[in-house]
Design a protein around this ligand. Sequence first.
Ligand SMILES: [Ca+2]
Ligand SMILES: [Ca+2]
Length: 257
Amino acid sequence: MELHFQTSCNWNMSIMKVLCLLLLHVALVTPGTQICKDPDENAYSIITCGAPGKNGLPGLNGSNGAKGEPGPPGLQGIAGPPGAKGDRGANGEPGPQGPKGERGDSMGPAIESLKLQITSMDSRLRDLQANFEKQAKDIARIRKKNYILNSIAVTYDEAKATCARNGGQLAVPRTPEENQAVFSLRRTVNMHTFLGLNDLQYEGNFRDQSGQAITYFNWYPGEPNDLNNNEDCVEMWDDGRWNDENCASRRFFICEF
Ligand SMILES: [Ca+2]
Ligand SMILES: [Ca+2]
């Protein structure tokens, strides 16, 4: 708590001024007080000083000051890295119609015709290839066939069994080349030789020993005549041509392996 005491004197003389101050000092100034002179009035004040007061609360913020003048232009900055790619823009309006094109050529039908020809040629090529492969197999089969002449006169059944017993069969020439190969043995002996054909199952329909049809024949003119209705086996004569013969006749025979 702070107390203020003030007294005043009307000072007309210096001595009186000093005395007055002295009296005031003795009479009124006590510990905790001090004498102060009011600069505006010709008087002194006696102030009793109490304990120091506590700091007050912070004052409110003042209002914004006036806007300052613009500063000088700054230094030019360094160019930064390129920015990310922007989104694709919307499609534009369709452009004007272009001029009419030139008339096309007439190659379309020609190309189709060529395609058909190529297809036909491809089919023929496949046929030729298949035919070539078949002939190659025939040639390989001829080269692989081995023929053996048996100079023992036996019946057809005995000849057939002898060939089978040795891992082969009675020879069946299926091409002129094979017939020539068999004939090259036949002509070395003076005896007709049995071949591996017969019409035992169907008269006049000669097949091989397994019943398979045959496409190559080399009959002697007038044969097969099935003489006396009893000729169902086949033999090779001395010129390489064939004759139907009685199966019970005894002949040399040729096996193929
Ligand atoms: Ca017959
Ligand atoms: Ca005959």
